[in-house]
Structures are given as C-alpha cells and as structure tokens.
Design a protein around this ligand. Sequence first.
Ligand code: PHE
Length: 384
Amino acid sequence: MRAFKITSLFALAAIVASACGAAAPTGDIKVAILAPLSGPVPTFGVATRDGALMAIEEWNAKGGINGRKIVPVVEDSQCTPDPAVNAANKVIDQDKVKFIIGEVCSKASIPVSEIANSKKVIQISPTSTNTDVTVDKTGKVKDFIFRACFIDDFQGLVGAKFALDTLKAKSAFIMEDQSNAYVIGLANAFEKAFTAGGGKIVGKENYTGKDTDFSTILAKVADAKPDVIYLPDYYNIVNLAAKQAKEKGITAPFMGGDGWDSPDLDAKAADGGYYTNHYSPDDTRAEVVGFVKAYGTKYKDDKGQPKTPDALAALAYDASNLLFTAIQKAGTDDTTKVKDTLAGLTFNGISGKITFDASHNPVKSATILKVSGGKVVYNSTVNP
Ligand code: PHE
C-alpha cells in the first residue's frame, strides 16, 4: 500500500511536469551513505545509516526532491581510511553518485574528502569534527565538502571551560591515541584552552587504538593525581580505560568528547564522567521531541523497545535534510550549483541551527552530558 502511494506520487509529479511543458529534471537521485557498520565502532554506523534513511523515507513519502526519488546506496566504511576510500571510489565510479553523506570518523572522512572534492562530488560528513575534513593542508577550503557538526577547536574549548569553571579542576591528565586524527585534534584543543584558562596538564600519555591494556598509563595517572582525566576517544576505548581506572581505585572523573556517544558506552565504567556532544534526546524543543518519537516508532532495539536516537542519528538526519533542501532549492542536481546553494543556506536542524562559515563549518552550540547512575543525563548547553 505504502509502496503504491509513493510510486503514484512520483508518477503524478512526472505527469504534472510534462503537462506544464516544463523540462523537469528526471531520474532518481542517488545518495551514498558511508558509515562504519563493522569495525571498532559499529553503533556509529547503524545510527548514522538509520538517521539518513529516515530522512530519505520522509522526503520520498512527500514526492522526493522536485519529483525525483532519492535512492540510498549504503556502504560499510569501517571508520578506517582504506575501506572508506574503497567505498568512496565504488559509489562514485560504479554507482555514479554525486552526493555522499559520511563518513562518521574524521580519519576516514579526510581521505574521502580528497577524492570527493577532486571529482566534484558533494560530501557532507554528519559528525567528523577534525578541522582537516573541510580544509586542505595549504589552508584552502575544499569547495565540495561540508559537515553538519561543530569542529574540535570549539569542542575542546567547551570541555576545558567546563572542567575549569564547573568542575573547578586545576589539573588534567590527557590520554591520547596517536593514530587517530580526531583524538589528536581534540586533545590539542583541550590542552590549549585548559592551560590558557590557568589549568595545568600534569601528564600526557599516548597509546594506539589497538591497545586493550592501559595499566602502565593508569599507574602514571594514579601518581599524578589529576582533578580530571581527558580521554577524547571513541566509546570502545573509553569502556576499557575507564573500567581499568575504576579497578585501580582512581576516582578522578574522565572527560571526553562526542566519540563517547553510543548506546554501548559502559555507563558503569564511565560513571561520574562528562562529555561534550552535539545534542541531547532530552532536549524539550518541539523538533527534538518529534524526532525522538518518530525515530523510536521506526527503529526498535533487540528487546523490541523504541530506540533513542543518539547524536549520530540526529546529525545524519540533519545532514541528509540539509543536502536535500539544497538540491531542491538549487532546482538541479548539478553539484557546482548545489554546493553554492548549500554554502548560503540557513537550516533549522534537530541539532540546532546550521549556517556555514567560510570553511564550511557550522557554528553551533554544544551540549554537556553526564554519565550518572547507569544513564547519560543532560547537564548544560554552551553557545559559541
Ligand atoms: N567527531 C568524531 C570524529 O570526528 C566522530 C563522532 C561524532 C563520534 C559524534 C561519535 C559521535 O571522529
């Protein structure tokens, strides 16, 4: 029944267009979703895919973009450079997509952006927060590359100010994965802002994303007795390190960034910790309430309970709606025109209002969340 309704809507759009004698654009609009469905952080991929698919379904139910149906092409890009590059080449060269939503992880989005930009394919990363996603090494903006999230300079500043002003922290210990561009960028931004605000970094230790035993670093943390431990990594690493810290009797709270956001974050291990994020499902704005309800109606967890959309779902939904609005406004899928329309758009998303600065970065507020009593609870909002 539903399929029939959608098909007839598209047929109607075509009839109306031809009756008016207009040379309406025809054919489906393919959109690639590059998301880490496997690899170290699969919840990032599932939520991103589902948020984007929900937006696509809603647009198609309304007749698509100017009468053209949106067709998703989903690829598992694994939060890892090589698979992400392969996926990007596949969707561009074989599937002939002109639009990419993704990747999630900065270290995968950066190499994808080089390919997309050189082939005039528009890429909007919903969630990659590292500066280098939209700007090349010489400081030049990549014309066809955008993102729907704030960047880590802002995120690190918000985290540092919260540590100093609210937690009254005077000292911090930083743990850093030297193989992850996101972790390095966010750790640097935090350090800069924390020391500029009068805080002291009492230790800084490196590991790699493959490490599972953090005891050597945690012994140094125990000696340094910092007020906070800054660990700006993804939830899989946070789960391991925070659990081992608790076992060692370390009581200083962990702090981190958006990478913590996952239904699989170990809330017991990370209890007492704080992280900066893009959105909270507890936000009472009408659009957030409506989105949380619609998402939970569409997607269920393994117990059959409504899924709560995390920041990845919300930003993938926003990135998709942003792209479709730009294509509709441009009246064409010519990517040179669509990117110009995108650059000048003002868009009210679930994660807040999006307008782009000169580097194609939205200027947006950040949310601070606390891990408490086995749950993640809203703490506060910080405006740019
Ligand atoms: N910001 C992270 C990165 O750039 C990705 C991420 C965003 C992860 C939001 C979780 C939630 O790598």
